[in-house]
Write a protein of this length. Structure first.
Length: 79
């Protein structure tokens, strides 16, 4: 495998360094971050088979709705 030298700004270097894991080289970091075959849909739907997920998500939605309603009521009272 050949190598190439590139010039990057200090800002770009610091950003790359921040993404670099302790056990990987800068080459490994660049390859990980720029993988062309990343499937953005990977993982979608994986919770559909979890029996507890529908109930859990419904409870979370109900809790959020209640909290938003209470916040709206407090706002309306303060006007």
């Amino acid at each position: 495998m050949g190598t190439k030298n590139i010039t990057i700004t200090t800002e770009a270097y610091e950003n790359l360094k921040a993404h670099k894991r302790e056990d990987e080289s800068f080459t490994d970091t660049i390859l990980r971050l720029t993988e062309a075959d990343k499937d953005v849909m990977k993982g979608f739907g994986m919770l559909a088979e979890d029996d507890g997920f529908p109930d859990s998500s419904e409870r979370a939605r109900a809790d959020l709705d209640e909290a938003l309603d209470e916040r709206g009521e407090r706002r309306d009272r303060s006007l």
